[in-house]
Design a protein around this ligand. Structure first.
Ligand code: NDP
Length: 356
């Protein structure tokens, strides 16, 4: 079958003919429809993040997928059912995090991540999985169901943010998303759905207009903040103090500047994954600010099946125009190099194996 892989020592994706996967007992065979590409895939291809499956000289890429059950293989799923696979699997034997359905909270070493670290991903014509790691989705998700995975990451961050403010009456109104990449824009769209309590939203970037991401921000109802004019630690003065800040730039200074952007009693979620970078911060002032203003700051990675379920509902509430503006290109596996090209006119690219 066709698979998009990165070979050991290479730093670009290639199409390879690999053996068809055979489902073990209790596993399902899936036919891939579409696989989205995100910043993590770029990092995996560059060799900055993740790692090859043990003993293999290539890794099949991709962790944002939507697929069809091709062979239910005696499991409770039905052939033809549409599913979204989760990303983490136990490293070897199962462990308490997986048994509690909280693989997202497993520490490093207790999990592999399909398409990222230690396991093959979903960017191939077929893949296999245990049904416990498959989230059924309605047929209407064939085209954009691959977005359930990234949206679920933000559902987790929202859940943790609200939990961190659950000991008192928190009535948030303002939210700032740092980053106008795919994760930032998806999160802004989530904050703009009807069930969201936020009345005013902002999204930070560093692009000149006209720019497709700025268009999406404004069409969603958010205010575009240009970090070249307004640094994150000046946002509270220039706009307003934020009840919630969601960081999706991977720009390490933003982690600390978030404390200044927050309103008293506010909460900041850090999602970006930066490289090492040494710089000076006034740690005493930030520590004092967190304590005396009851602010909270936390990191969040990955998501669990409950958050995938929440993501399904949330995606269903997105306006139709958003998908057309957000998914800028769809590529055949044969043209995968194009899917990994970046540019100011590219927001989200997708590799399509089978028509939705
Ligand atoms: P991208 O790299 O595509 O997006 C980052 C965006 O932030 C870009 O649009 C970039 O602007 C903008 N940006 C970076 N620095 C600044 C700055 N100083 N001022 C203003 N804007 C800035 O990544 P994704 O959207 O895919 O993901 C965001 C981050 O989240 C990444 O670090 C990724 O690794 C991480 N991630 C974390 C997950 C988790 O579970 N924790 C899940 C998925 C991703 P420009 O394009 O103009 O350079």
């Amino acid at each position: 079958m066709k698979a998009v892989v990165v070979e050991r020592g290479a730093s670009r994706p290639t199409l390879l003919d690999v053996p068809d996967p055979e489902p073990d007992a209790g596993e399902v065979l899936l036919r891939t429809l579409r696989v989205g590409i995100d910043g993590t895939d770029h990092e995996v291809v560059r060799g900055n993040h993740g790692g090859y499956p043990p003993g293999d000289d290539y890794q099949i890429l991709g962790h944002e997928a939507v697929a069809v059950v091709e062979d239910a293989n005696g499991t409770d799923l039905d052939a033809g059912q549409l599913v979204v696979p989760t990303v983490r699997r136990p490293a070897g034997e199962s462990n308490r995090y997986f048994e509690r359905s909280e693989p997202d909270m497993a520490p490093d070493g207790q999990y592999v991540e399909r398409g990222i670290v230690g396991a093959h991903g979903y960017m191939s014509e077929f893949f296999t999985s245990h049904p416990d790691f498959l989230v059924p989705v309605p047929d209407s998700f064939a085209e954009h169901g691959f977005l359930v995975e990234p949206v679920s990451n933000s559902e987790k961050a929202f859940e943790h943010a609200f939990a961190a403010r659950s000991a008192f009456e928190w009535d948030p109104e303002s939210a700032l998303v740092l980053g106008n990449g795919p994760l930032g824009l998806l999160t802004l769209a989530m904050l703009e759905t009807e069930s969201s309590p936020f009345e005013r939203t902002y999204c930070l970037g560093r692009r000149d207009r006209p720019d497709p991401t700025v268009d999406v921000i404004e069409r969603l109802g958010g205010t575009y903040v240009d970090s070249r004019e307004t640094a994150v630690d000046s946002v509270a003065d220039a706009y307003e103090p934020m009840d919630f800040v969601y960081e999706a730039t991977g720009y390490a200074k933003h982690a600390f500047e978030t404390v200044d952007a927050l309103a008293p009693n506010g909460v900041g979620a850090l999602l970006g994954i930066p490289n090492d970078w040494e710089f000076e911060v006034d740690g005493g002032r930030l520590h004092r600010e967190l304590v005396l203003e009851n602010k909270a700051l936390f990191g969040s990675v990955n998501s669990n099946a409950r958050q995938y379920e929440a993501a399904k509902d949330r995606l269903g509430a997105f306006p139709d125009w958003f998908f057309d503006a957000f998914v800028t290109d769809v590529y055949a596996p044969e043209n995968v190099e194009g899917a990994f090209e970046t540019g100011d006119d590219v927001i989200k690219t997708v590799v399509e194996f089978d028509a939705p």
